[in-house]
Design a protein around this ligand. Structure first.
Ligand code: M6R
Length: 612
């Protein structure tokens, strides 16, 4: 969602801010702006639309502050309160023009605060919840910015990640967080604050992640951290291990394409050193379970959203099938609000690529509150969910920039399989079966390479269906979550209305929608239930819907009579989701490309959904 960047150092602030915002474009946004402070003057430039427009405005501006300053703040806004126009874009100024602030998150009691400010004669000019916070900070100000910030934040309900500056104390940036990430990059004679490591990586690897209710004051003398009561605190400096180049798209047309092609290596990284063939198990040191702990798990509850939830569904099947442990997957917001029954013998697994998804984080807190053992599967090291779960497994997939999640999904499924294998071996799975499975997990990168090698033929299939308005994906067993994920990929990047269904469910209603122009992607891999799905695909064909059959190598005959086929490697049912989803990712990508869609930043979407 929104992106924040702040800079204090010796270089030109505007350049660093605009570049930082560009690096966070992938998060999704619809307007952007920067404010720079120089000679007690704050210069602000904002622009609806893309960073390119903002950059042009900055270059054309005759505000000295923008060209001379070495201190400033910037923001990309994903509209929540009020349309994406210049007034609603950040940075927001207070009514006096002395304070500037950027904010991520939602101020839930903004109407109340706004009314209180109006009673004091302070009128807001934008529709946003954010502006009230900078007005409140200015109202609380006496002679110290951090004190005004903490005083204002104590009155706020909701979530925030903020960076504030004032021309009354020109050598200072104040940042604070509650529920919206803030990372502080510690460079040589410079400090960069951001909501996302990608804006910091080109400048430094040393970073501090703020915790909820932390504040940091950045001056020329360094940085000090406090809690909202103004008591000093310390946070560890961590080294960010992502390669800066990994966040660039290189020769690929889109990040999504690059990330799909990175999958073999990403999965290699996710499984490296984690398989023990001799014992037929997985070594996941971050899980921190003894066999005795594992034996006591009574149930596995997986929580997540979107693609991560789909990966969790594969995990649900794997835990039940391999370990014989009851498992359930639940949309994280539903888990959080429906007062779920959680017992101390439950293992709650939170899956999140970003580690910042608001609903998944809230589900983690609810599960911890109810006494469950909670583990995380995250990609972003040091993210809030990774830190709050305390135990878990990192994907090591490298930065995922494309809004449509691809390599995170295949790594999440690989990790879930290893997790299920580890627990299963402490329960009922015999060693030889564990060994067989670990050898298949080891082969996943090769299976993915096989599908990626079919890029051109999948593109040819995609081009036939690029003008469709609706599409269905059907599958069962381990491929049911893949049908959901295939439909999600297609709808989010091509804007084709796509639905994923359990193959058996289609005739309970959705089949009414089928017609000659509505393709059905049928997952007919060689797994239990294939013959039933085949029958369902025939039913679609009988209604004149074109069928794209995804079949296993060596079983191509299944595709006979259907309109198109995609062949994926034959492998055990629990492994099949991975090569199959890669075929569906490519299909969605090429359809979206043929339709001329903005693949890496689809309309209305944000990479990291940090509001409920
Ligand atoms: O960062 P997370 O994995 O928690 O994100 C959850 C979803 O927002 C995410 O998977 C979303 O559905 C994907 N961008 C879809 O491709």
């Amino acid at each position: 969602m929104c992106g924040i960047v702040g800079y204090f150092g010796k270089r030109n602030a505007a350049e660093i801010l605009v570049d930082g915002l560009r690096r966070m474009e992938y998060r999704g946004y619809d307007s952007a702006g920067i404010a720079c402070l120089h000679n007690r003057q704050i210069g602000v430039v904002k622009s609806p639309g893309k960073i390119k427009g903002l950059r042009e405005k900055v270059d054309a501006s005759n505000l000295v502050a923008l060209h001379e300053s070495t201190l400033g703040i910037g923001h990309t806004r994903w509209a929540t309160h009020g349309p994406p126009n210049e007034v609603n874009a950040h940075p927001h100024l207070d009514a006096s023009g002395h304070f500037a602030m950027v904010h991520n998150g939602i101020i839930e009691n903004y109407k109340e605060i706004k009314a209180g400010l109006a009673n004091q004669g302070i009128e807001c000019v934008s529709d946003t919840d954010s502006e009230v916070l900078v007005q409140l900070i200015a109202y609380c100000y006496r002679d110290n910015l951090e004190k005004a910030v903490s005083q204002a934040l104590k009155k706020v309900k909701g979530t925030y990640g903020i960076v504030v500056m004032t021309d009354k104390e020109p050598g200072k940036l104040v940042t604070a967080r509650c529920g919206s990430p803030i990372v502080i990059g510690l460079g040589k004679e410079e400090t960069i604050v951001a909501s996302d490591a990608s804006a910091i990586l080109p400048h430094t690897r040393d970073a501090i992640y703020l915790e909820d209710f932390d504040m940091a004051v950045i001056t020329a003398d360094g940085m000090e951290m406090f809690d909202l009561q103004h008591a000093p605190i310390n946070r560890e400096t961590t080294t960010m291990d992502w390669d800066e180049g990994a966040a660039e798209k290189g020769d690929y047309a889109h990040f999504m394409l690059k990330e799909m092609f990175e999958q073999p290596d990403a999965i290699r990284n996710a499984i490296r050193g984690r398989l023990d063939f001799e014992m037929g198990t997985a070594i996941l040191s971050g899980l921190d379970f003894s066999p005795r702990d594992a034996a006591q798990i009574g149930r596995v509850l997986v929580v997540g959203c979107g693609t991560s939830m789909h990966a969790g569904m594969v995990g649900e099947y794997a835990f039940e099938e391999m370990a014989g442990i009851p498992a359930e997957v639940e949309q994280a917001a539903e888990f959080r609000y429906r007062n779920p029954i959680v017992t101390p013998n439950d293992l709650v697994v939170a899956i999140s690529q970003s580690g910042e998804t608001a609903d998944t984080l809230a589900a983690v807190r609810e599960a911890k509150h109810k006494g469950a053992v909670v583990a995380g599967i995250c990609n972003v090291v040091g993210s809030t969910i990774a830190r709050e779960t305390g135990r878990g497994v990192y994907l090591h997939a490298g930065p995922e920039i494309g809004v449509a999640s691809t390599k995170a999904f295949t790594c999440q499924v690989s990790v879930m399989l290893m997790m299920a294998l580890k627990v299963a071996r402490t329960r009922r799975l015999p060693r030889h079966e564990g060994e067989l499975l670990s050898r298949w997990i080891q082969r996943i990168p090769e299976l993915v390479e096989n599908v990626l090698a079919q890029n051109e033929s999948i593109k040819a299939v995609a081009q036939k269906y690029a003008r469709a308005e609706h599409a269905f994906f059907i599958g069962r067993g381990y491929l049911y979550p893949v049908a959901l994920e295939g439909a999600l990929k297609l709808k989010e990047i091509s804007y084709i209305h796509a639905e994923g269904y359990h193959a058996a469910e289609l005739k309970h209603g959705p089949i009414a929608l089928l017609e000659e122009t509505t393709p059905v992607v049928a997952l007919l891999n060689n797994i239990p239930g294939k013959d039933k799905t085949l029958g369902n695909a025939e039913e679609c064909k009988a209604r004149k819907a074109p069928v794209i059959a995804v079949v296993s190598e060596g079983d191509e005959g299944v595709a006979e009579g259907f309109d198109d086929k995609i062949v994926v490697p034959d492998c055990p049912p629990c492994i099949a989701p991975i090569p199959t989803v890669v075929a569906l990712q490519l299909l969605a990508y090429h359809i979206a490309a043929a339709r001329g869609c903005e693949i890496d930043q689809p309309r209305n979407l944000a990479k990291s959904v940090t509001v409920e």
